[in-house]
Design a protein around this ligand. Sequence first.
Ligand SMILES: [Cu+2]
Length: 136
Amino acid sequence: MRNTKIVLIIVLWAALLGTVAYVRLTQDDSGPKDYVVRMTNDMTFDPHTLTIRPGDTVTWKNVSKELVHSVTTDANKVRNPNLVLLPVGAEAWDSGLLQPGESWSYTFQIPGTYHYVCVPHELVGMVGEIIVNNDE
Ligand SMILES: [Cu+2]
């Protein structure tokens, strides 16, 4: 009888440990994340396309030595409004001009596809894409 109790306790303890381990493994380990997009000396956004989740923050860093860059989805601030795209319900944003070494951040809440441009280099194709995906 005493042995049965000990075995029972061991079994229950093992089950408890197993449950804890299972919960840890299956828990969504991701709180909001931070991403960096580099604005380069070659007039590109690196990476060009980034897939994130709602609540994540993207920081654009101007890593060029002498170029001024910007990030905008505001159709009123670009020459070709077809280059910018926002999901329904999302408001346009604009970093303004960023000097070398400066950075600017935006936290995405609304899922969908965002196309943005660098205003000074729009005509040489300095464009980028953020995809905000609940399933990512
Ligand atoms: Cu630029």
